[in-house]
Design a protein around this ligand. Structure first.
Ligand code: PGA
Length: 240
């Protein structure tokens, strides 16, 4: 396990980007596991800037995302597909055919979970970018999720709905269910890059890195991974 401490969000984003840049330049057809939320947006900005300057190309890169809200179409501006398009894919030279998220509108939920887990197995992320919830969740794997879980439908906890309400006009608009990769689909990645910024993540980071691995803190499953890098700003690292 490697832990890098950055001064602030900007430096965290830059250090995180350096990890991604190394993967993409050494393997131009790499598979990137991507995440949504506020945390990775600065890293995505670094990717966009270098791509616009011709330093890095994504034309042969494929991506697979962690999760998607249930019931939202990719054109819905609250869907994670829309988030990825507007925060990254629309601004780099990637072929969108090679970018994958769960289908939030899938009618057969079980079939969609099985399809997505199989896709994750086949793709096997060269590096998986992760944020972390203030309750220690990774993707939408809330406390209590089994470490051997695969893609499944989750009822979001009140805590997560509250955390995500800032992206919506009002809390009632936050979807209450999502498709999420399971913890086993995440730790199957060859390398994990977890980013965290802000004092509200400090307890979760402490439990993840220093706590005994337990389903009470889903991110603590990462302690068993052979190649994980934590890039934390000082506030998120303040309880270590
Ligand atoms: P955030 O979310 O990046 O918006 O803080 C992280 C998460 O909930 O996994």
């Amino acid at each position: 396990m490697e832990i890098l401490i950055a001064k602030n969000y900007e430096e965290m984003s830059k250090l995180g980007y350096d990890v991604i840049k190394k993967v993409v330049t050494s393997k131009p057809n790499a598979i990137l596991g991507l995440a949504t939320g506020g945390t990775p947006v600065g890293l995505y900005k670094n990717m966009i800037e270098d791509c616009k300057n011709g330093v890095v190309s994504y034309k042969d890169i494929s991506t697979i995302n962690l999760d998607e809200y249930l019931g939202l179409d990719g054109n819905d501006n609250q869907s994670y597909r829309y988030f990825m398009n507007t925060n990254l894919f629309d601004h780099i030279d990637i072929d969108k055919k090679n970018t994958y998220l769960p289908n939030g509108k899938a009618e057969d939920r079980q079939a969609e979970c099985e399809r997505y887990s199989k896709l994750a197995d086949e793709m096997q992320q060269d590096v998986q970018i992760l944020g972390i919830g203030s309750n220690g969740h990774i993707a939408f794997n809330e406390p209590g999720t089994a470490f051997d879980s695969r893609t499944h439908v989750v009822d979001l906890t009140e805590n997560t709905i509250k955390d995500n309400a800032r992206f919506f006009d009002k809390i009632e608009d936050v979807p209450t269910q999502a498709f999420t990769m399971g913890i086993s689909n995440i730790v199957n990645a060859k390398k994990i890059l977890l980013l965290a910024s802000g004092a509200n993540k400090a307890d979760a980071i402490y439990q993840t890195i220093k706590g005994t691995p337990s389903e009470n803190c889903p991110a603590s499953a990462l302690q068993n991974h052979p190649d994980v890098i934590f890039v934390l700003d000082e506030a998120a690292a303040s309880k270590l």
